[in-house]
Design a protein around this ligand. Structure first.
Ligand code: GLU
Length: 303
């Protein structure tokens, strides 16, 4: 008789973020959902520096899916700012949750505004992070560049925490969903303040850059806060490379929305409660993947 068909496993890689962020545990949720329900695939999750690193990995075909800030996906697609050339294969799958530009400073530093960062020791985000681009744009709104800082570090989030702790840096930019483990841990173990952006600076950033929204970090979000901290936010997305098959991305999109009970449950990051069909296209800044688009068309959602 005929030889049995040889089972081949397709490896799917999801580029995520650093330890103690929300991208990494989010990608683990998708990994579990896809591995359990799509036969013949084996999904693995990569830790990375964050949004920029992920855009580049998708661009080179070294990852298939990635979590990414919508502003960074937009700049990557257009080849703007920190991207020397367009990355043309980024396609949206679903909006995930808002990510907020946090700026924490040691209380003992006396820093109370971004304007005070001139001459100070600051981490502007990990290499490959979206955080770094947000930090540059926030500094710019205050007429500053990283050159105006006393010391500019590009630290992974856990390093930023350690170096705040030992006073090597006085402040750190961190673009994360509110409540990310890294921010909880900083606020619980180090005496820090959450720096508010002034309203005119927020307005100028929104005016200049299309994907910022005014947001407040609520006063009860972190230990030690006494008042809400106004700032800007962007939106985290799940992005696929264009070459991933439409049928497969359709199936993945459908599985995500069939798994909301799990994604909204106690085993998943709390931010994932924001995933819903109603908000699936929030902050869309690039083309949708045709597989995702087919799913949304069926649901009567049009971008
Ligand atoms: N938004 C962050 C970045 O790209 C990563 C957030 C996370 O890991 O949860 O810099």
């Amino acid at each position: 008789g005929a030889a049995p068909a040889k089972a081949t496993t397709q490896f799917i890689s999801i580029a995520s973020g650093g330890q103690q962020g929300i991208y990494y545990p989010t990608a683990i949720q998708f990994q579990n959902i896809f591995n359990a329900s799509i036969s013949g695939v084996s999904v693995n999750v990569e830790t990375t520096g964050g949004s920029l690193a992920n855009a580049r990995l998708l661009g080179k075909g070294e990852a298939d899916l990635a979590t990414m800030q919508n502003d960074i996906a937009y700049y990557a697609t257009r080849g703007e700012l920190m991207f020397d050339a367009p990355i043309s294969n980024l396609r949206g799958v679903t909006s995930l949750y808002p990510e907020v530009c946090h700026l924490v400073a040691l209380r003992s530093s006396g820093i109370t505004s971004v304007a005070d960062l001139a001459g100070r020791k600051v981490s502007i985000g990990a290499p490959g992070s979206g955080t770094e681009q947000n930090a540059r744009q926030i500094l710019e709104a205050y007429g500053l560049t990283p050159d105006d800082l006393g010391l500019t570090e590009r630290l992974k989030n856990t390093e930023a925490s350690d170096k705040l702790q030992d006073g090597h840096i006085e402040a750190a930019f961190l673009t994360y969903g509110i409540g990310a483990a890294i921010l909880q841990s900083i606020s619980e173990t180090i005496d820090v303040v959450f720096i508010a952006l002034e309203e005119d600076k927020i307005a100028s950033m929104i005016e200049k850059y299309p994907y910022y929204t005014r947001t407040e970090i609520p006063a009860d979000a972190y230990q030690g806060m006494t008042a809400p901290a106004p700032t800007v936010s962007v939106v985290a997305w799940l992005v696929a490379r264009a070459g991933l098959e439409a049928d497969q991305v359709y199936q993945m999109t459908r599985l995500i929305f069939e798994s909301l009970e799990t994604l909204h449950g106690p085993g998943a990051p709390a931010r994932l409660k924001a995933i819903s069909l109603e908000t699936a296209l929030d902050g869309l800044s690039i083309e949708l993947h045709p597989g995702a688009e087919r799913f949304y068309d069926e649901k009567g959602l049009a971008p």
